[in-house]
Design a protein around this ligand. Sequence first.
Ligand code: GTP
Ligand code: MG
Length: 243
Amino acid sequence: MRTYTIALAGNPNTGKSTLFNTLTGLRQHTGNWAGKTVLMAEGEFTYGKSAFRMIDLPGTYSLYSNSADEEVARDYIIFEQPDVTIVVLDATSLERNLNLALQVLEMTSRVVVCVNLIDEAKKRGVQIDLQIISQRLGVPCVAISARNKIGIDTLMEQVEKVASGEISPEPVQIPYSKEIEEKVKELQPIIAQTLGTRFPTRWIALRLLDGDESLLKSLRERMQEPTVPVQRERIGHEQTICH
Ligand SMILES: Nc1nc2c(ncn2[C@@H]2O[C@H](COP(=O)(O)OP(=O)(O)OP(=O)(O)O)[C@@H](O)[C@H]2O)c(=O)[nH]1
Ligand SMILES: [Mg+2]
């Protein structure tokens, strides 16, 4: 039986661990992430014809290296490359939660968006058009209530399809200003040459343009000091560019 790896990402308090517990039951192990005082929870389960290993990532509002939690979540998605990343959103505050979903979509296309707390949204009269969200984001979108165990089968059907390659999502690509897009185009081939095509070159280019030192450090550690461009020059207000 094939084993797929699934990561759970999302803002704090969106029900990731509740979903994790529902799916993995007692088959869990916990510890700390290597070199960090951040809790790591991992579990296994089978669904349909597949086995899954699930990682409950720390809850974060972004993946921009602002904290150890964000670094752990970012590094896992980028370097471990799970077969599917489930982005868990709180149905009662979608606008804020979708921000993280867009960030994950820049990192990987193998995503299923999971709108949790649908029971609470219904209670408050909030209606959610999953089809429109799915169309706009370019990835499957499923509503669940992790606490009430509603929608779990539909979620896992989509996860299995993305994991097996039956569905290949094509996430929306967020356009940036002309100046940034030009620099991204310049950087992408250099990044591909340096790191190979295993990593999302557009996302790495954007992070380098943002001057993300923590990402550079993680890249160096993993690639044993590759010649990632580091010389910087300012390109206007609050923006940094690397050559
Ligand atoms: N009403 C309702 N509450 C839920 C649902 N799923 C989770 N919750 C509640 O939401 C709260 C947060 O759930 P957690 O599973 O701890 O959330 P988390 O995303 O793991 O939080 P962090 O680990 O802090 O990122 C808990 O009180 C859960 O019982 C749901 O489907 N409906
Ligand atoms: Mg949790």
